[in-house]
Design a protein around this ligand. Structure first.
Ligand code: DX5
Ligand code: ZN
Length: 219
């Protein structure tokens, strides 16, 4: 299974967004991670549908949309129309995860389910056969630039073990505090989609930062 980098736009310089998106795309980065926050599910507000719609015209990357919003099922169609290719929602944010997955898939987008650090990984086990990707948070969602929580790595390993055991093929994404120094640890545990915000867009030389990850993926 190929390893993908998904840099988080939360750390982009919004005055240079078009330019910086072109830099990562030009460096061969396949995904763009879009962190949508509603100020209710998480204690922060980021950006939403019009921003995604706007940058869709400027990028061919796979739009990996991470919804940190309550009742995500209410907005699935609108995010899809705006250009989301993958729609990630939190199991903690909805009463009906199975219904949300079905709704995402009905739009033609890929469905992904996400867990916060305090949520046991068992909570998403019932949905594994129905999703294209699972996302393990390695920080409390809400802000970029936080410290990586190494105690979440066993969840990645558990999801990799279940994938094998159940004969499934979902991607395993990891998000929060990932750097060139700790990425090997999550790759070894079985993650294959790597989110990095401050470690890519937060760096002076964005292309070099992205290439640093892509080189490690080749090893
Ligand atoms: C946090 C977001 C992350 C964040 C990652 O709520 O989901 O995607 O932007 O940023 P870093 O890589 O700086 O932790
Ligand atoms: Zn995210």
């Amino acid at each position: 299974m190929s390893i993908c980098l998904s840099p988080s736009m939360l750390s982009i310089d919004f005055t240079k967004a078009g330019e910086q998106l072109a830099i990562v795309e030009g460096a061969g980065v396949p995904y763009l991670h879009l962190d949508v926050m509603d100020g209710v599910f998480v204690p922060n507000i980021s950006f939403g549908i019009p921003v995604i719609q706007g940058i869709r015209k400027a990028s061919h990357m796979v739009f990996d949309t991470h919804l940190m919003i309550v009742e995500p099922e209410r907005y699935v169609e609108q995010f899809r129309k705006a250009g989301a290719d993958i729609i990630n929602f939190h199991v903690e944010a909805t009463k009906d995860p199975a219904g949300c997955i079905a709704k995402i898939k009905a739009t033609g987008a890929k469905a992904a389910i996400t867990i916060k650090p305090k949520t046991p990984v068992e909570e998403i086990k019932p949905y594994l056969a129905d999703v294209d990707m699972v996302l393990v948070m390695t920080v409390e969602p809400g802000f970029g630039g936080q410290k990586f929580m190494a105690d979440q790595v066993p969840k990645i390993a558990q999801l990799a073990a279940w994938k094998k055991e159940l004969g499934l093929s979902y991607d395993i994404e990891v998000d929060g505090g990932i750097t060139l120094d700790n990425v090997r640890q999550v790759l070894d545990a079985g993650a294959n989609v790597i989110v990095a915000g401050s470690a890519v867009f937060g760096k002076e030389d964005i292309a070099a930062a992205a290439k640093g990850f892509l080189d490690i993926f080749q090893e």
